[in-house]
Write a protein that binds this ligand. Structure first.
Ligand SMILES: [Zn+2]
Length: 252
């Protein structure tokens, strides 16, 4: 009945009857897992710390009646409280976990996404300007889901992207050469510096997503393009994104 203990990151939760919550976890070995956390809204509940968003814990999931999972035990390894206590960090990380909850399947291993989220949350604990981390997160989440952004070569003809006008098309798969862009409806021009950002994020480690040599305006442009790619493939206009834009607008 009870399964072995697994490392899990809490993505989202919602209250259900009594003092229970339905919690969506990300587990490396089994993707997204939704489990009932009985009594976790009661004060003093031993499960409460582990069902806080972004918490990373060792959890024991048991199968309850009707095949639903029940959170039997949980031991927090990293609470990430600093993210929940900071409005800007909370807004970025809420968008990340929302994208994961919407796009990762139940029951399928998701080691790559787990590592990406784990590292991104660690970065969020220490970094203030999180736009590069959010751009990096979206770019690599898509790659892990099978939608790689083309940035080294033209997404359409596969040719080199020479200096000069570079364009972007989510439908075509990313960056395009000027010649292909002219014949692709819906493509838009992008700056060379935004192309540099996307190329940098595509090959670097998450901890190097924030690079002081990257121009802030170019980061904003590149992040917007990557976000359009997310919208195209994950087909969602999440409330967490509106919240993020609102918070960043207020704190700007
Ligand atoms: Zn081309």
């Amino acid at each position: 009945m009870a399964t072995h203990s697994m490392r899990a990151i809490t993505l989202v939760r919602r209250p259900v009857r009594d003092a229970d919550q339905l919690v969506t976890f990300l587990v490396a070995e089994r993707g997204v897992a939704v489990a009932l956390a009985r009594g976790s809204r009661k004060s003093g509940s031993k499960l409460a710390p582990a069902v806080q968003p972004f918490a990373e814990s060792d959890v024991l999931l048991a199968s309850g009646r009707g095949g639903h999972l029940v959170l039997a035990q949980a031991q927090v390894v990293e609470s990430h409280r600093g993210i929940r206590d900071n409005l800007r960090k909370l807004a970025h990380a809420s968008y990340w976990v929302d994208l994961v909850a919407r796009s990762v399947e139940e029951g399928q291993p998701a080691e790559g996404v787990f590592r990406l989220l784990h590292t991104s949350l660690r970065i969020a604990s220490v970094v203030e300007d999180l736009w590069p981390a959010t751009a990096y997160f979206q770019l690599h989440l898509l790659r892990l889901l099978g939608f790689e952004v083309s940035s080294a070569r033209c997404a359409s003809c596969g040719g080199e992207i020479a200096a000069g006008p570079t364009a972007w098309s989510a439908a075509a798969g990313g960056c395009m050469c000027g010649a292909c862009a002219a014949s692709t409806p819906g493509s838009r021009l992008m700056s060379d510096r935004a192309l540099d950002c996307i190329r940098h994020w595509a090959v670097t480690r998450p901890t190097a997503a924030y690079d002081e040599s990257l121009d802030r305006q170019a980061v904003a442009e590149a992040e917007g393009l990557v976000r359009a790619f997310v919208r195209y493939h994950i087909d969602a206009e999440p409330k967490t994104l509106s919240f993020l834009l609102q918070v960043e607008g207020l704190l700007a």
